[in-house]
Design a binder for this molecule. Structure first.
Ligand code: SAM
Length: 237
C-alpha cells in the first residue's frame, strides 16, 4: 500500500485544524446522533464512496440552485442563508464537531429544510461534487494561519482553488470574508489565476458587507479585538 493513502484508498490530506473542542453537551450528542444522517448530502467519505461517484444533487435538492458554505463554524451565516433563500439548496461543510453540533441546534430551532451538512473536510466534498454544480460559495473567515511558514495551509492555495473552480458554474459568485490583511493579499494574488475575477466594486466598498450578510461568531471576536472585516467578491470565469 502506498504511504500516501489511507486503507480506504483516500489520499493523505494533512488537516491542521481542530476536529473536537470542549465537551459536547448531551443534547448536542443527541442532535449529532439523530439529525446528521438525514441531513447528509450523500456518500462523501472514502469509506462510503471509494470510487468517488459524483453526488446526485438533483435528487438532494430537485431543480434548485446549490450554494456551499465552507467552514461554517457555529452555523450562524448558513442558517440565515437557508431562511432567507428557501428556494435554494444549501450545503454546509465543517470538520469541527462542536460547530456541527451548534449548527444542528440552530437548524432545529429555525426549522429549515433546504440544508445538507457534510461534517468533514471540504476537500473530500470537492471530490464528489459534479463539475459546474454550484451557483454560489461562501468562505467566511477561513483559518488565518498568520505565520509565513503556514501560509501554504490557507484555503486560498491551488489544492483548494483548482477543485473549487471545477465545481462552480461559470458566473457563479465566490464570497470571501476575512479580518486578516495578509489574507486579503494572498486571496487577491491567488484566486484570479485560478479562473476567477475580482468584482472590486461589489459590495460597493470592501468594508461594507453584502446586503444579505449575517455576522458570525468569528467576525464578532475579530471586531472585539479591533480587526477590520474585509469582504471580497469574485465570479468564476
Ligand atoms: C476561523 S473559523 C471561522 C468559522 C466561521 N465561518 C465563522 O466565521 O465564525 C474557520 C473554520 O474553517 C474550518 N475549516 C478549516 N479547514 C477546513 C476544511 N478543510 N474544510 C472545511 N472547513 C474547514 C474550521 O474548522 C473552522 O471552523
Amino acid at each position: 500500500m502506498s504511504k500516501s493513502k489511507h486503507p480506504s484508498g483516500a489520499p493523505w490530506r494533512n488537516f491542521y485544524g481542530r476536529f473536537r473542542g470542549k465537551t459536547i453537551r448531551a443534547a448536542q450528542h443527541e442532535y449529532l446522533e439523530n439529525d446528521l444522517g438525514r441531513l447528509s448530502p450523500g456518500p462523501v467519505s472514502w469509506e462510503e464512496n471509494p470510487d468517488r461517484v459524483p453526488l446526485d444533487l438533483n435528487a438532494l435538492f430537485p431543480d434548485r440552485e446549490i450554494w456551499l458554505e465552507i467552514g461554517f463554524g457555529g452555523g450562524e451565516h448558513l442558517v440565515h442563508m437557508a431562511q432567507t433563500y428557501p428556494d435554494i439548496g444549501l450545503i454546509g461543510c465543517e470538520p469541527f464537531v462542536n460547530g456541527v453540533a451548534m449548527l444542528l441546534g440552530k437548524i432545529r430551532k429555525a426549522r429549515v429544510s433546504n440544508l445538507a451538512v457534510h461534517p468533514g473536510d471540504v476537500r473530500d466534498l470537492f471530490d464528489v461534487l459534479p463539475d459546474e454544480s454550484l451557483s454560489k460559495v461562501f468562505l467566511n473567515y477561513p483559518d488565518p494561519w498568520p505565520k509565513t511558514r503556514h501560509h501554504r495551509r490557507r484555503f486560498v492555495t491551488p489544492e483548494h482553488l483548482a477543485p473549487l473552480h471545477r465545481v462552480m458554474k461559470t458566473g457563479a459568485e465566490l464570497r470571501v470574508a476575512t479580518d486578516i490583511e495578509d489574507y486579503v493579499r494572498q486571496t487577491l494574488q491567488q484566486v484570479p489565476p485560478h479562473g476567477f475575477t475580482w468584482q472590486a466594486a461589489h459590495p460597493a466598498d470592501w468594508r461594507a458587507p453584502w446586503p444579505d450578510w449575517q455576522s458570525t461568531r468569528y467576525e464578532q471576536k475579530a471586531l472585539r479585538e479591533g480587526r477590520t472585516p474585509h469582504y471580497l467578491t469574485f465570479t468564476r470565469d
